[in-house]
Design a protein around this ligand. Sequence first.
Ligand SMILES: Cc1cc2nc3c(=O)[nH]c(=O)nc-3n(C[C@H](O)[C@H](O)[C@H](O)COP(=O)(O)O)c2cc1C
Ligand SMILES: [Mn+2]
Length: 414
Amino acid sequence: MSTYRRLAVGMGMNPNATIPEIADEYVRRTQEKPIPPVMVDATDAPCKENILLGDDANLFHLPGPMVHEGDGGRYLATWHFVVAKDPDTRAINWGMYRIMVFDEKTMVGPVLPFSDMGKMFHGKHVPRNEPMPFAVVLAADPLSSIASCAPSQIPEDQLAGMLHGEPVELVKCETCDLEVPAHAEIIIEGEIHPSVSILEAPFGEYTGYRTSPRDPRTVYRIKAITHRNNPMIMVSNPGIPTDENQLLRSFSLGLEMRKLLESQGIPITGVYMMPESTHHMVVVGVKHAYSGIASQIANLAFGSKLGPWFHMIVVVDDKTDIYNKDEVIHALSTKCHPIRGIRKYENDIGTPLNPYASPEERKMGVGAKVLFDCLFPLDWPTSDLPLKVAFSTNYPKDIQEKVLSNWENYGYKN
Ligand SMILES: Cc1cc2nc3c(=O)[nH]c(=O)nc-3n(C[C@H](O)[C@H](O)[C@H](O)COP(=O)(O)O)c2cc1C
Ligand SMILES: [Mn+2]
């Protein structure tokens, strides 16, 4: 799903749907009533065609690939999700958190502290010294995968239902009180241990670099594997843009930001997170209704759940096409004052994966952020405003129409 065309197909839309059309459809579906999952019997669940317990549940029997040369190990889970439940509220969480194989029964991966599972594990299980049951879903349907890596507040099993327009079918796990998608290819069940850690990384990451340090990370001890007959695993092989995790994460990050800004009544005209920026640079179009609007947008977005994942906001006016890189670069390089138009946020939240951060900052998850305000100040007299020069703005309508209607007669192609 590394192109918008494939994303449109995954959403059940026309493959030729435009980015704004796919975006509107995602926003529409994810703002309707949550669609809870339904339970099915194990006999109706292909992921239960084979049930391996005890010594038979052996990670070395699964083809965990060495995804890139130089990776710290074999990464079995790169396009998957981890299912867990809050021990108090029983709220469900699905999240895509990469996992490396350590031995026949053990896996390890980074669960960043600001992720939903990170907050649950570090905030509840570790202080109580209680193991956390998990189920890793290897290869679910495309929309469930999208839901599991979308930074949404809605429990992901319901979000997946909303994206599908119907409930997802779940089935009970063999060894714990969790439910997993009945139609997935492979399920790995077990417990995460609160007091153990193992070194993990490096890995070729979504930023297009191998960045995060080899550090002690979260340990998954396995108890059971269930799978379809002739199962498949899915692999995401991250690198320089654009691959599926950059495209899909940019898509959902940008649109969750759009919903956040709209929920606050800010007169935005659109939000586009550029996949080529590996979801680090977002463009926000806005009606310049009042002074300080760009800062208001940046403060909200940087301060939200989305904040750790990106660090550049470009705010443009409603006449700039946010999906057109040429127009955005033109606005950025001509309308953003190199001093007054830039607002810096030092010592802010970041991830260990940020290539721009110092080795020390990466270890601590410290980052920095920047706003590029590409709006001409409201107090400039209209007579002094630089006027955009373009075919559509600088020629009388009748001349424009004459040229356009004669375009092919001149010998040009449309
Ligand atoms: C392929 C892929 C790998 C990811 N790996 C990790 C990871 O190892 N650790 C992590 O904290 N987030 C990782 N993420 C990001 C999370 O999936 C993302 O933040 C998601 O929203 C987590 O769900 P949550 O909001 O329920 O925590 C990854 C995303 C993708 C697409
Ligand atoms: Mn979540």
